[in-house]
Design a protein around this ligand. Structure first.
Ligand code: DLL
Length: 442
């Protein structure tokens, strides 16, 4: 079979829920929400305890705005209920388990029934299709396989869409390049920084990353900026779209971006009800357009219903465009726990990415180092960034100054900039660590 069997992007057949009206969608949300809160209350002791303590009962949920009366769920709740305390079904009904790496504490464990897995695959398929992927395409899946939801979640979605999946997982970059050249995939699924690693390694091998068979990339699992999209699209000659998700809510495919508009991921609101709250005063539910912390309630999940989960992701809700009934999320500026507070100024790595990538001499490879020099009470931020291969050491002296000034203007922080040699900073294998906090622990 040849490429001719692949349907052009315009011929996508959408799920019925993608095209329903906002009114119809909200009616569906309300009935599913009423079911979910009652189901969680009846089956998960933690929810019963929290609802009772707050003085709310599932019957109090009469309209969508009543959701604000219910208590939040946090990562800490999942940790306390480790491993299976949040499950709402007996273990033999749990078809699969995933877990977070547990690098910042006890792992958080999530479970799926067979129906949950089918819903998940359907939503990832919907997201991939929105991003330009079509049945019959070859999909190179470089999200990590294993307990992380990225690999297997993306895999099942691509299969459900009717693609040919190449389950390479993350890492072994040389091998990824060989397979991209030999198997000629149409689409790649990876974190944005890992795709950057692949492009970079291709250039080192003398391969033009724009010359491969790849046409689409569906990128997520970490914050990325419009500037990074531009970088990847131009170097690789692809269309790059966002996919968002988190394990506690489902995994990848909670939201996905449409290739025709490329204006932020549509949250699949037939399965998740989003809210934005004030991260500092969580009792305040904010209106559409206002920036704050994203909160999700699942509407259809069986094994792990999740009520008002505080994601810590900072963004805002925007009106639907390509899928008018489903609201979009703005780009995630960062996570509230990834925020650097430098001498009273809040700063996110994505702000540095945005600024650095507008300076032609500088590459997208950078790290942020936080130190407190001996005997000083002030913290110091150093932006360590690689110069582009194409420029000389002399060229970068002024680029470093520009970066420093732009950070001062747009972020409000003074910092040091250290321009380093191409290839000297650690490359991403998945989710890239940008911040190196070397300050003495309090
Ligand atoms: O990263 C799920 C996923 C896999 C999403 C593959 C997309 C693609 P977790 O490991 O639980 O799950 O991490 C979830 O990653 O709360 C965000 O902070 C961040 N994140 C995920 N997608 C995006 C995105 C997966 N598109 C956490 N943009 C989330 C920005 C993202 N941040």
């Amino acid at each position: 079979m040849t490429q001719e069997t692949v349907a052009p992007a315009s011929e996508a057949v959408l799920d019925r829920e993608e095209t329903i009206s906002r009114d119809e969608l909200e009616a569906l949300q309300l009935s599913r929400l009423q079911h979910t809160v009652a189901y969680a209350y009846d089956r998960v002791p933690l929810y019963k305890r929290k609802f009772d303590e707050t003085g709310v009962h599932p019957t109090d949920l009469r309209e969508l705005s009543d959701l604000g009366k219910f208590p939040f769920t946090t990562k800490e709740d999942l940790r306390l209920e480790y491993p299976f305390g949040m499950f709402a079904v007996p273990q033999h009904e749990v078809a699969r388990i995933h877990a977070s790496s547990g690098t910042t504490g006890r792992a958080t464990v999530v479970g799926y029934t067979k129906k949950d897995l089918a819903d998940w695959a359907k939503l990832v398929a919907r997201s991939l299709r929105a991003s330009g992927v079509r049945p019959g395409m070859k999909v190179h899946n470089a999200y990590g396989y294993g307990l992380f939801t990225g690999g297997m979640g993306a895999h099942a979605g691509a299969e459900a869409l009717g693609c040919t999946v190449i389950p390479i997982s993350g890492g072994q970059t040389e091998r990824q390049i060989t397979l991209i050249q030999d198997f000629k995939p149409d689409a790649i699924l990876a974190t944005p920084t890992y795709l950057l690693t692949i492009a970079d390694a291709m250039m080192k091998q003398g391969i033009d990353p724009a010359s491969t068979s790849l046409k689409y990339a569906v990128l997520g699992a970490e914050p990325w900026t419009e500037e990074m999209r531009h970088e990847l699209e131009t170097t690789m000659n692809i269309k790059a779209c966002d996919i968002y998700g988190l394990s506690e809510v489902m995994g990848p495919g909670v939201a996905g971006e449409a290739v025709e508009t490329q204006d932020g991921s549509h949250i699949w609101e037939d399965h998740f009800r989003p809210e934005i709250i004030d991260a500092f005063d969580p009792s305040r539910v904010l209106g559409d357009g206002e920036p704050g912390e994203l909160v999700f309630t699942s509407l259809t999940k069986e094994a792990l219903p999740i009520i008002r989960y505080r994601t810590k992701d900072l963004t805002r809700l925007l009106p639907g465009t390509a899928r008018p009934a489903h609201r979009r999320m703005g780009r995630i500026t960062g996570r509230s726990d990834d925020m650097i507070i430098l001498r009273g100024v809040n700063l996110f790595p994505s702000q540095i990415e945005e600024i650095a990538l507008r300076i032609p001499e500088l590459s997208p490879h950078f790290q942020l180092e936080l130190t407190r020099p001996e005997g000083q009470r002030m913290d110091q931020l150093t932006v360590r960034i690689e110069r582009r291969e194409t420029v000389t050491v002399e060229d970068v002296a002024s680029a470093a100054k520009v970066l420093q000034q732009q950070i001062k203007i747009h972020v409000g922080s003074s910092c040091a900039v250290d321009v380093v040699e191409p290839g000297s900073l650690e490359r991403s294998n998945g989710k890239l660590r940008r911040i190196y906090d070397l300050r003495p622990k309090a």
